[in-house]
Design a protein around this ligand. Structure first.
Ligand code: ATP
Ligand code: MG
Length: 259
């Protein structure tokens, strides 16, 4: 059953000089319930824009997006977002940042504490629970931001390069944890990354966008069962294929002048 349905979505921004910038062009994509889908593509091809539209944070210029066949008209509790840079409340400690959504949702205090302690442990933030964002490193802030979203247990999680500022070892731990959460709780995940092998390692499906204006260039289905390894044959093969196809993407950019 489709969880997220993106139908003919296009996005045109106006830049500072009043010129139109087409960020996305006619995107059609269905993400099934419980599926893990990654979006990859060159910088500026519209990945963050697409995520923000699915999150209901900005409108598409054309087309529609549906969650469980209901149009998405604004942000809601069913969709959790981890942004490209963690937007923590500077006046709240790590613990209080993690509590924020649960306070709004009126989760009982005992349950809040249980979940916060679990995620502090998971994210390696136990010693920083009572620190403010300004006292953390960039990677720690990012981990606190990830925890703040996952702790709410949303139906659909949208993640925009969530691990980019995290060290290698923590990144592997977080990738494994994300897969574990995805597998045990059958959550739908839409994930944006620049790291092709990360996309292939984590996803059921990887979508490659062309250079701006982003259109779907190619789609890859990864069948190897989790847990996967970067050295699995299929992972190596598909990663290499995507990298080759990205360099072919320049042709799509040139082709646009002939449309
Ligand atoms: N608010 C805005 N106003 C005008 N143009 C914008 C705005 N936001 C994004 N753009 C433009 O839209 C295009 C897509 O931007 P977007 O941030 O979605 O790309 P991206 O694929 O996420 O890039 P990156 O990989 O670097 O994060 C870019 O050309 C960008 O300059
Ligand atoms: Mg982006």
């Amino acid at each position: 059953m489709p969880s997220i349905r993106i139908e003919n979505v296009g996005k045109i921004y106006e830049d500072a000089d009043g010129n139109n910038v087409t960020a996305l062009n006619n995107i059609n994509l269905t993400i099934n319930d419980g599926e893990f889908v990654s979006i990859v593509g060159p910088s500026g091809c519209g990945k963050s824009t697409l995520l923000e539209i699915v999150a209901g944070l900005q409108p598409a210029t054309s087309g529609n997006v549906y969650l469980d066949e209901k149009p998405i008209t604004g942000p809601g509790r069913d969709i959790g977002v981890v942004f490209q840079s963690a937007a923590l409340f500077p006046w709240r400690t790590v613990r209080k940042n993690m509590a924020y959504g649960m306070e709004i949702a009126k989760v009982p205090k005992e349950e809040q504490k249980k979940r916060i302690d679990k995620y502090l442990d998971l994210m390696g933030l136990k010693d920083f629970a009572d620190k403010y964002p300004s006292q953390l490193s960039g990677g720690m802030r990012q981990r606190a931001g990830i925890a703040r979203t996952l702790i709410m247990n949303p139906k659909v999680t949208l993640m925009d390069e969530p691990f980019s500022a995290v060290d290698h070892l923590t990144r592997s731990t977080l990738q494994e944890e994300l897969i574990r959460i995805h597998q045990t709780e059958k959550k739908t995940v839409l994930f944006v990354t620049h790291d092709i092998s990360e996309a292939v390692l984590l996803s059921d499906r990887v979508i490659l966008l062309t250079p701006r204006p982003g259109r779907i260039q190619e789609e890859y289905v990864i069948k190897t069962k989790q847990p996967r390894s970067r050295t699995d044959d299929e992972i190596i093969k598909i990663s290499a294929q995507i990298i080759a196809d990205i360099s072919r993407g320049a042709e799509f950019k040139e082709a646009e002048y002939f449309i």
